[in-house]
Design a protein around this ligand. Sequence first.
Ligand code: PEP
Length: 250
Amino acid sequence: TPDVRPLVAGNWKMNGTRASLDQIKAIAEGVQGPLSEKVETLICPPATLLYVATALCTDSPLQIGAQDCHQNASGAHTGDLSAEMIADCFGTHVIVGHSERRTDHAETDHLVRAKAEAAYAADLTAVICIGETADERKSGQTLDILKRQLAGSVPDGATAERTVVAYEPVWAIGTGLTPTVADVAEAHAFLRAELIKRFGDVGKKMRLLYGGSVKPSNAKELMAVDNVDGALIGGASLKAADFLAIYQVY
Ligand code: PEP
């Protein structure tokens, strides 16, 4: 998308112990250089590694984020993390509405929107995930689902600076399957049009990431699709070499 700086983001999910900090260190070093002016990078490790990960990135453009936050600012919510806590650990982003959260924790669009609002309140960028299931695609409902999830999950106060939308077909996550380039192009053009309808010029600049089995071997063709402004990478972000190879397709 013209005038949009792509974002290559990694989601470590429930993977990674202190031993994995070597990978963060290698990524932090690997993204230093001129390409980092063109392309933003982000790794979202598990929350246990957040604070120490940001400390490894003080001399690197690599940003560190979290994988979820609570919708409230503080209080009696055992086991949850607030957006402010993420910001306090120098996290800059938080993923909200990942399909695994929607499935494992029955998160709704309404809740995801509230979480994105909590992210904004703490001055974090919300990476808002949406995507259809295999059954929804088979029955021809993909664009209807995307329209509903986008409308429901993105807050009215969304800005291009603080909002990233990740299109992640649920059936492509962790499966090795990816949609065709034509299907990705169709979904992203549709999402762009919906964002412009709702947000005007701001909608032109919101980053639209593709996620779902992105790896070094397919990244180039996926990242070249119109309206694809970067990637959200699960499995392939765990290894610095793979993450950096994807970053380097730009
Ligand atoms: C993800 O976790 O958001 C994801 C896209 O996973 P994977 O790249 O492993 O499919």
